[in-house]
Design a protein around this ligand. Sequence first.
Ligand SMILES: *Cc1c(COP(=O)(O)O)cnc(C)c1O
Length: 409
Amino acid sequence: MLSNVEKTLINKEETFCSNTYHPLPVVLKKGKGVFVWDVNNKKYFDYLSAYSAVNQGHCNKQILNTFIKQAKKLTLTSRAFYNNELGSSLEYITSVFGYEKMLPMNSGAEAVETAIKICRKWGYEVKKVQHNKAKIIVCDGNFHGRTTTVVSFSSHHGSRENFGPLTGGFETINYNDSVSLEKKLKNDKNIVGFLVEPIQGEGGVVVPDDGYLTKCKKLCEKYNILFIADEIQTGVCRTGELLACHHENIKADITILGKALAGGFYPVSGVLTSKKIMNVMKVGQHGSTFGGNPLACVVAKEAIKFAIENNLSEKAHKLGLIFRNYLIDQIEKLSIIKSVRGKGLLNAIVLNCDVNSEIPWNICLSMRDNGLLAKPTQGNKIRFAPPLVITEKQLFSSLKIITKSLKNF
Ligand SMILES: *Cc1c(COP(=O)(O)O)cnc(C)c1O
């Protein structure tokens, strides 16, 4: 039951804010580590982590201190001038991720846009494809953000409908299907890039077969195509490796980061690539007033440092195995669970109900009542992605909440 305070706040939000989301009815006011608190001081496990943006935990102390210190000194200069943090922060971030250069932006969608621009320009100037004919291959079930160009190749009808005219130059193939990729690449000289999520997070935590990414990477090499990994949700230790591409020991030509790159304090995104590819971008051809600002830089550097120093990848790997095994063991007892899937601490349960059923939403309401927040995705799936600072003990208490809530369905 919602309190009057909650009802008033929800009503205000729905009255004055765009109605572009369908939030779970809970009003949060505080967060710390793996927990959030609502306006009635009820405590919850956060199993969404702002779509994996707060991998380092809510209001992470180490990042907070850096944030405050820098916010008192200098926050924004624009790149009309040099600032004393940009170079050294990017030196650190590029070396951690194994790239030579980074183009800093703010939101994830902007970084995807940036990668598309770099890829197209590389196509015309290095690969020498026909003027204005460059094509990028994308996958069915993708989610890369909400800008006009990015929704142009969304597979989700509602994301595209009545936002046209859409941007051309994209072709969709099935995810987890390297044979289709080769067919495309073989027959079309104007293809310049392959944009892919190593695991489709918004698509319902779809994990491709082992070897899929490797096969695609090899095909991209064979046909001189840029392999672009959107690691906005999978990156920064979420799947049990620093980058999800590391599970297959491959290095994308372009890696896109966002979300946990700044631990939830600040919108920071970036495109990582080689000098050779980045150098197609010249003065005046791309930019952002806020991109690369000193506050964003120190926060991102600290957020990555925290993730590395606290072995968040190993933790996600180890706890992810426990999480999935625990729930898989429950399948016999809990007939509502059809399957459990994921990697590291990016997991989902597929429910034994159809995609239009009310059951997933009602399960999330029940989990909320029992002290855990998660949301349905793609109809009959529920994604589970707690902050990676969760302890084993906390993991087991949250698993108890999840199974207890599922018992009633
Ligand atoms: C969230 C997300 C985006 C978009 O990021 P925004 O910051 O919301 O623009 C792009 N790609 C993937 C894989 C994402 O999960």
